[in-house]
Structures are given as structure tokens and as C-alpha cells.
Design a protein around this ligand. Structure first.
Ligand code: UFG
Length: 329
């Protein structure tokens, strides 16, 4: 039996595929390579290039393989872009999920592990955030992911499809040997942007807002290593394959770091000075986002191994230093 990974050529998908294969699983990858990279496709997986919204294509994949479980990473995921192109996000994310679920129903596939996000919560009422807290997304991206969670909930009731939704906080890092890593176009995430300064690809990093109600005035986020996420996905697949009920889990380290602390960590790791410009707030940024991952620790028996922020930044640096132009190198 195989595991189907939709979006297996993307950042989190490719790291999860690497770990699945390392642990002896048979993996099928589906990716349209819109934001994924051919060079990130694991050579030991069977690869189908195509779009999950193309039901004929997806049915062919299910027909040709004995699939037991699905890992679903295939989605658009840029918050800013989602606000100016909401229909693109509804089409790719929500409609993509509809076709995927319809195909799962048709082929009687019962398990799906889904890439969700802390963006489903919106502005948090308390820190750390627990899974039962209110969900009021403040951007289209978070709204599409919340809708996708709800689609799975109703398909669970109607068709017995079991799901685990994993709500990630700020994903960072790369495979330790630097062979795969983060490569977004355009790049909007803090750590890769900071590291572009010592790589001489940008002159300075702008700090978005310095008067937040935090100790140093900059935003606090919970950074989680991509390999810890990969580990959680594999545990979630086993959880479903062992017959456990559908569930939702936060995934974070449980420790918050400010933008200034992240820049300091990058200075230490790269041993280079990093020019900083203090800028205006970015619209829609909550002051603090920190996860409670107690539920995942208890039920999935997952715990993050990369709890030192410098270790996370070091792995990101190994990747970016050796691939300054991402997978184009
Ligand atoms: N930041 C800067 N300067 C930059 C870029 C980012 O100061 O040049 C700050 C942001 O304001 C924020 C922090 O760095 O406070 C982290 O920003 P990211 O863009 O790296 O990440 P976000 O917290 O905005 O978003 C992440 C994921 C989203 C997910 C969201 C959940 O990237 O996919 O967490 O809230 F939706």
C-alpha cells in the first residue's frame, strides 16, 4: 500500500516525502509544479505531474496505485497574495479539496492528513492558542484552509473519511545536509528574507512594526522546524491507519521569538552583520502567535526535536548558503 502526497514537490511536502521514504514507505507524489520544484521531487517516489483539480488525472493516479492514505499539501499559501486574488485561493485550495475528496470517495480511501495553518485562528484572544479557541481568519488564505477543514468534517460524517488537520505555526529550517529547502517566489517569510542580507541578495531586512505590545516592540512568532512537521505528519498517518478518530492539532514549539530576536539569531549563526531598517507594521499581523501543542504531544506522542532557534536558523542557512538561487542552482 502507498501513501499519496499531494504537493510533494513543495517545501513541507518534499521534507515529509524524504522522511516517509527514509522510514520505508511507498510514496506517490502529485504536484502541478506551480510553486513546487522538480528538483525537490524525491527520486525514490513515483511522480505524477498534474493538478488535483483535474479529476480525470487524479482518478488515473488512484486507479494505477494502491493508495491507503493521502497527505494533502497542495495549496496556495501566501497571505498577502490571498487578499488580492481571493478567487484564485478559493479555486485552487477549496475546489482542489473538493475534487480530491470526491476522488477519495470514489476509490473508497478513508484517511487524509491535511496541511492547515495557525491563520485559521485570526487575531488570538489568548496565548498560547489551543485547538478549541475561536476560528476567525483575518485573511483569505486562512479562510480557505478553515473551509477545507470543514469540508473534511462533513465528509467524515457522510462517507467515513477520517482526517487529521495539522495547524502549523511558522515553519522554518531545511534538511540538515542542505539538499532540499525553502524556495518561494516571491519570498515573503522572515527567515529566508533575513538570510538574503548576508547572501548579499538584499541590502537590509525591514522590521515590520516596532511598537507592538511585546518586550522589544516587534512581533512574536512560534518557529517550528520543517523536519518536526514531517515527523508529525507521519505520526498522524499512523494514527489514522490505526483506526483513530478524526482530529485537529496545533504544531509549534510553544516558545515565541520576536523579529529582533530572529535577526540576532541569524547574526550569530551566519557570523555576519545584518543591516536592519525599522519599518511600518504590515497589515493584518497579530502581535503574538504561539501554539499550545499539548494535544499533539499527548495524542500523537509527537514532540519537536529542534527546540533551539539557532539550530533551526542554522539548517535554513546551510540550505540558502549552498543554494542562493534556490532550486535554480
Ligand atoms: N516580518 C518582518 N519583516 C519581513 C518579513 C516578516 O518584520 O521582511 C515579520 C512579520 O511582520 C511577522 C514575522 O516577521 O511578524 C513573521 O512573518 P512571516 O511572513 O515569516 O510569517 P507570518 O507569521 O506572517 O505567517 C506564517 C505563515 C503563514 C501562516 C501564518 C499563520 O507564513 O502561511 O504564519 O499566522 F498563515
Amino acid at each position: 500500500m502507498s501513501i499519496l502526497v499531494c504537493g510533494g514537490a513543495g517545501y513541507i511536502g518534499s521534507h515529509t516525502v524524504y522522511k516517509l521514504i527514509e522510514q520505508g514507505n511507498d510514496v506517490i507524489i502529485v504536484d502541478n509544479l506551480q510553486s513546487g520544484h522538480l528538483k525537490a521531487v524525491n527520486k525514490n517516489a513515483k511522480f505524477y505531474k498534474g493538478d488535483i483539480r483535474d479529476s480525470k488525472f487524479l482518478e488515473k493516479v488512484f486507479y494505477e496505485n494502491k493508495i491507503e492514505s493521502v497527505l494533502h499539501f497542495a495549496a496556495n499559501s501566501l497571505v498577502g497574495e490571498s487578499m488580492v486574488k481571493p478567487l484564485l485561493y478559493f479555486n485552487n485550495n477549496v475546489y482542489g479539496m473538493q475534487i480530491l475528496l470526491e476522488t477519495m470517495v470514489k476509490f473508497n480511501i478513508k484517511n487524509i492528513v491535511f496541511s492547515s495553518t495557525a491563520a485559521v485562528y485570526g487575531e488570538p484572544k489568548r496565548i498560547p492558542i489551543v485547538e478549541s479557541d475561536d476560528t476567525n481568519p483575518t485573511n483569505t488564505y486562512g479562510e480557505t484552509k478553515l473551509t477545507m477543514e470543514k469540508m473534511m468534517k462533513w465528509c467524515n460524517k457522510a462517507y467515513g473519511i477520517n482526517f487529521v488537520a495539522l495547524r502549523y505555526f511558522n515553519v522554518a529550517g531545511a534538511l540538515e545536509d542542505g539538499s532540499i529547502g525553502e524556495d518561494h517566489h516571491p519570498e515573503t517569510h522572515l527567515i529566508p528574507l533575513i538570510l538574503q542580507v548576508p547572501l548579499k541578495k538584499r541590502e537590509f531586512i525591514t522590521v515590520f512594526g516596532t511598537d507592538y505590545p511585546t518586550a522589544d516592540g516587534t512581533c512574536i512568532r512560534d518557529y517550528i522546524h520543517v523536519l518536526d512537521l514531517a515527523d508529525a505528519h507521519i505520526k498522524a498517518v499512523k494514527y489514522l491507519e490505526n483506526g483513530n478518530e478524526s482530529n485537529i492539532f496545533n504544531l509549534g514549539n510553544g516558545i515565541g521569538f520576536s523579529v529582533k530576536e530572529m535577526i540576532d539569531a541569524a547574526k550569530e549563526v551566519t557570523k555576519k552583520d545584518i543591516k536592519v531598517v525599522l519599518g511600518e507594521k504590515r497589515a493584518g499581523d497579530p502581535a503574538q502567535l504561539v501554539a499550545s501543542s499539548e494535544k499533539a504531544r499527548k495524542i500523537l506522542e509527537w514532540s519537536p526535536k529542534y527546540t533551539n532557534i539557532k539550530e533551526i536558523v542554522k539548517d535554513a542557512w546551510t540550505w540558502h548558503e549552498t543554494h542562493p538561487n534556490g532550486f535554480e542552482d
